[in-house]
Design a protein around this ligand. Structure first.
Ligand code: ADP
Ligand code: ZN
Length: 618
């Protein structure tokens, strides 16, 4: 392309970003992907959740002459995206099994008449004869493949339908540009995507995985429920997800939160389709504030104003954790990702790995290799849960990024420590383990040291031990964490599966003999939250604008964030726009949104501004 022509393309892409989406700038990475697609070259873009993948194919899609097909695995996501596009004045539709026959026929008819610029389809649709026939008659300029990792059997989300994509593309009269998008970055998966989707010499783009607005923390609470309540209380009125590892836990925690008066709902694979859909919508439409769910919830949920994600249990790997936690703060505003670690979580995760059904499409060797990989991934997850170093750095390194040692913005970086000598208490613990003949796990050892009267202690006559009750004054949580410290530093080890028992190691014996001292890091100050949000905007005005947004969303039958994000409302509070021109300056306001909603918001802002000036005139 000549320079002049390219300049025009440059101008056009910014114009479209501003006109429809109301954004002034591309985010890092977006422009590279768009330029590649516009120049006609395939692309594979690896970008984390919330980075803004959709803009990467929607902007070029609007610039090309023909139609853009977006292949997406999730019905809820398609609906959401199409809602969002339509509300910006872009002609879009989706074709999937959620449509009735009549609706499907109508949409397909409209598509064949070229009435849509962007069409979302499920991969299974690509083998439907009628759909393919329509595609043969149309000019398809771009095919965007969302969640492209679904084509790989190595990933968690393999979808056989994705294997049809390459054949479909090859059958088209003219090959469109193909863009593949995913948040999963491992080398195996990337190679699979290129090969199985038959990408043609694609530009490979990986934007940084960092999500600067997320505040990470790991807690090791003794009483998870109490901690959960406290965390939710501190975030009252905010929207959040609580992930649990089992359906049973979801039921238990959801009931618990409801009994405490919180607005909570639940989601897991054991519910009926109807209930799942209803609960999901209650959450998306802000009728319920807290979603308690297993990992079955979330993929394809675009709710951008989730302010916290709490993991009640440790997930089985960092990939899952980062993806689930990453559902917080997609709007770019501050959000918290908190992991509540408990030793029990390790056995649960291990159980899931041991009992996972073999993938019928893989050979026994591949399945064995997969399980081995899962084991390794679990070890990394455990290490994350226990690290005292920077949490963000830990995860980014895991994804292969070079990062500084400390981010200054996670709970571990914000925590100040001092070193405490705990040799004497350590000796008491070690001695208790040795004297009870290394036959018990940490719970029993704790009980003996704290002088408890339990069935086990009576039946093994442990109350007659000399170490019985010698750490009576130490709280159970302190003692547990001390035992963890001893294990982390290699002075003791858990041996055996099922009911592991504690053994003293060689270096542990050196402590017992007084030859080595034990130091423990003690936290002086922990912060588990992102900086308080919205402090600088007027809360009353923000509340009024929220009401306007809720009313419009209700009337249109779409979630509030489809109308405007919290970021846009906050930007209105700062800019205080009272004219069309000013309103367009708000991030997230394009021409269509100005025309449709501008006046309703500006009316409230004008009242607010005049109210203010009458006060200052007094
Ligand atoms: P992903 O699919 O990568 O998880 P989305 O495409 O859903 O992310 O985008 C996440 C959020 O970021 C959306 O609310 C989107 O409107 C917003 N966004 C995308 N690009 C920009 C941009 N250039 N400027 C401001 N906000 C953006
Ligand atoms: Zn950090």
């Amino acid at each position: 392309m000549g320079d002049k022509k390219w300049d025009a393309v440059e101008a056009k892409k910014y114009h479209i970003l501003e006109w429809y989406f109301g954004y002034k700038q591309f985010r890092s990475g977006q422009e590279d992907v768009i330029d590649s697609i516009l120049s006609g070259r395939d692309a594979l873009a690896v970008m984390p959740t919330g980075a803004g993948k959709s803009v990467c194919y929607q902007v070029p899609g609007l610039m090309f002459d023909g139609v853009t097909l977006v292949i997406s695995p999730l019905i809820s996501l398609m609906k959401d995206q199409v809602n969002a596009l339509t509300s910006m004045g872009i002609r879009a539709a989706y074709l999937n099994r959620s449509l009735s026959n009549a609706q499907y026929n109508k949409a397909l008819g409209n598509m064949s008449r070229g009435m849509y610029k962007i069409v979302y389809v499920a991969p299974e649709r690509l083998v439907s004869e009628r759909f393919v026939r329509v595609c043969m008659t149309l000019e398809i300029s771009l095919i965007a493949i969302d969640e492209a990792h679904c084509v790989s059997q190595w990933g968690q989300d393999f979808r056989p339908g994705y294997l049809n994509i390459a054949r479909f593309i090859n059958s088209l009269p003219k090959r469109p540009v193909v863009g593949a998008f995913t948040a999963t970055a491992t080398a195996d998966v990337k190679a699979d995507i290129v090969q199985l989707l038959q990408l043609d010499n694609p530009v490979m783009l990986t934007t940084g995985f960092d999500r600067p607005n997320l505040f990470f923390s790991v807690m090791h609470p003794v009483d998870k429920r109490q901690t959960l309540i406290k965390l939710i209380q501190e975030r009252s009125g905010k929207t959040g997800i609580v992930y649990c590892s089992t359906r049973k836990k979801v039921e238990e925690i959801c009931t618990f939160l409801c009994s405490k008066g919180y607005s909570a709902t639940r989601y897991h694979a054991g519910l009926t389709d109807e209930e799942r859909l209803k609960n999901q919508e209650d959450f998306v439409y802000d009728r319920k504030r807290i979603m308690v769910a297993t990992n079955a919830f979330g993929m394809g949920i675009d709710k951008s104003d989730v302010r916290f994600v709490i993991h009640y249990n440790m997930p089985k790997n960092i990939e899952s954790y980062y993806q689930e936690a990453g559902r917080a703060g997609r709007d770019g505003e501050d959000a918290d990702c908190i992991l509540l670690f408990g030793a029990q979580d390790i056995s649960t995760a291990q159980y899931f790995i041991d009992n996972a059904e073999a993938n019928a499409e893989m050979t026994p060797e591949q399945n064995a290799a997969f399980r081995q990989k899962e084991e390794e991934r679990l070890q990394h997850m455990i290490a994350y849960s226990k690290t005292q170093g920077c949490l963000r750095a830990f995860m980014l390194r895991y994804f292969g990024e070079h990062t500084p040692d400390s981010c200054g913005k996670c709970a571990n970086c914000k925590t100040k420590y001092r070193m405490v000598d705990v040799t004497v208490d350590a000796q008491k613990i070690l001695s208790c383990i040795v004297r009870t003949k290394e036959q018990f796990g940490s719970q029993v050892i704790c009980d003996v040291l704290r002088g408890k009267e339990t069935q086990k202690i009576r039946s093994f006559e442990l109350h007659k031990q000399t170490t019985y009750g010698i750490l009576r004054d130490v709280s159970a949580s302190q003692l547990k964490s001390l035992i963890e410290t001893l294990e982390d530093q290699g002075f003791i080890r858990h041996i055996g599966v099922g009911r592991p028992v504690l053994k003293v190691t060689k270096s542990g014996w050196l402590v017992l003999k007084g030859k080595v001292s034990v130091q423990s890091r003690e936290a002086l100050k922990v912060r588990t939250t992102a900086k308080t949000m919205g402090a600088e905007v007027n809360p009353e005005l923000f509340g009024e604008l929220q009401k306007v947004r809720t009313a419009i969303a209700g009337k249109r039958g779409v979630p509030s964030y489809i109308i405007f994000s919290d970021t846009a409302l906050r930007s209105m509070c700062t800019i205080l726009p009272t004219t069309d021109e000013m309103f367009l300056r708000v991030n997230g306001v394009g021409e269509t949104k100005l025309r449709l909603y501008g006046e309703q918001f500006m009316r409230v802002i004008r009242e607010h501004v005049s109210g203010d000036s009458s006060i200052s005139a007094l």
